[in-house]
Design a protein around this ligand. Structure first.
Ligand code: FMN
Length: 191
């Protein structure tokens, strides 16, 4: 896949097929994560791939999905919920730089995933204490973000919007998710 096609076509997916993603594909995503930019090249992030059904259900129960399209994009266990999560783990009370590292790594993973036909949902809304406990993390570590991973069972679409237009993602009458994105001219000044 052309890189620009991946950048333009990737959308957050919140409905997944009930087929486990191949381990080789997850490894390809993790390879992209490890090669991503890192402030000072410290590489403080660690990854936990969660595929054990009981652990996946436990993590899932502590996540929140698509706040603007609730309840229609709440994945349903056994029907549309993800079978894999990747936990991005860093030091507890991570600095902004480490959060930026996490963003770079996650973007690399989501783009790699998309090029492999895999969808992801980057999750920042989850009960952090519960998730850290479920993963039995040491006191000095914490999950910074979760990434839900799976073969997509929906095809959200992007739509260009100009300055001042509403940014809320929304579902149409056919249950297709629309994701408004500002055009370059709406968000850029040239000086
Ligand atoms: C830092 C961050 C946290 C996010 N947390 C959540 C979340 O907790 N739940 C969710 O359903 N989506 C979450 N998202 C996904 C956004 O809703 C999504 O990126 C946005 O709607 C734009 O859609 P797109 O990814 O298809 O461009 C998060 C995205 C980012 C970057």
């Amino acid at each position: 896949m052309e890189f620009s096609a991946a950048v333009q076509g990737r959308r957050t997916v919140r409905r997944f097929k009930q087929i486990q993603v191949k381990q080789s594909e997850i490894r390809e995503m993790l390879n992209a994560a490890r090669l991503s930019s890192s402030g000072g090249n410290i590489q403080p992030l660690r990854y936990i791939v969660i595929q054990t059904p009981e652990l996946v259900s436990g993590i899932f129960a502590n996540t929140a999905w698509g706040g603007l399209v609730k309840p229609r994009r709440n994945p349903e266990p056994g029907k549309t919920a993800p079978l894999t999560f990747i936990a991005v783990v860093g030091p507890r009370d991570s600095s902004n730089i480490i959060h930026a590292d996490a963003g770079a790594a996650i973007q690399s993973m989501t783009l790699t995933a998309y090029s492999l036909g895999i969808g992801c949902c980057w999750l920042g809304a989850f009960r952090r204490e519960n998730v850290d406990t479920l993963l039995a993390l040491p006191e000095d570590s914490a999950v910074i973000y979760l990434l839900a991973v799976g073969y997509p069972d929906e095809l959200p679409v992007e739509e260009d919007i100009s300055a001042g237009m509403p940014v809320e993602y929304h579902l149409d009458d056919n249950d297709v998710l629309h994701v408004p994105k500002f055009t370059v001219d709406a968000i850029t000044e040239w000086r």
